[in-house]
Design a protein around this ligand. Structure first.
Ligand code: NI
Length: 172
């Protein structure tokens, strides 16, 4: 396993659409292992493959509390097939937008269909933080960031701040 560097906005790859995984082979197993290690190291509760520069439809999640045993899940080719009308609001963050948090409203419950690492189809209903996390990570696979759910004013302000920071770093 290895910790992979996490891409930060305004990195253009974060805006690209990830491709379906056609075959779950050793490369995908290795990717998932690395993503989990990278996610725990960050630390974060969710990661999409595109955030480490791999444009494949793979996400890893662990929303277990710090005092609880680890509960990692890997979702391959995940798809939301139903959402609740009821919504919930969470203060979201993203490893690709470090140290920025904002409240986002999303459906409170989702049904997600995906393949596990053995290639078996799974379907699960999620609520609470897990439901929000699944939606946030699947957004990444479609080039969407949580700041896209904010007002244009807020979003532009964040992008500007990170664009400036990236420019400073490039010049340094
Ligand atoms: Ni994110």
């Amino acid at each position: 396993m290895a910790i992979r560097p996490i891409l930060i906005i305004p990195e253009p790859q974060l805006r690209q659409i990830s491709a379906p995984v056609l075959k779950i082979d050793r490369d995908v197993e290795k990717l998932v292992a690395d993503m989990l290690e990278t996610m725990y190291d960050a630390p974060g509760i969710g990661l999409a493959a595109v955030q480490v520069g791999v444009k494949k439809r793979v996400i890893t999640i662990d929303v277990a509390r710090d005092d609880a045993p680890k509960d990692p899940i890997a979702l391959i080719n995940p798809e939301i097939i139903a959402v609740s009308e009821e919504t919930s609001i969470y203060n979201e963050g993203c490893l690709s937008i470090p140290e920025y948090y904002e409240e986002v409203e999303r459906p409170a419950r989702v049904t997600v269909r995906y393949q596990d690492l053995k290639g078996a189809m799974q379907q699960t209903e999620a609520e609470g933080l897990l439901a929000t996390c699944i939606q946030h990570e699947i957004d990444h696979l479609n080039g969407i960031l949580f700041i896209d759910h904010l007002s244009r004013l807020k979003r532009d302000r964040v992008i500007k701040k990170f664009t400036k920071a990236a420019r400073r770093e490039a010049e340094a």
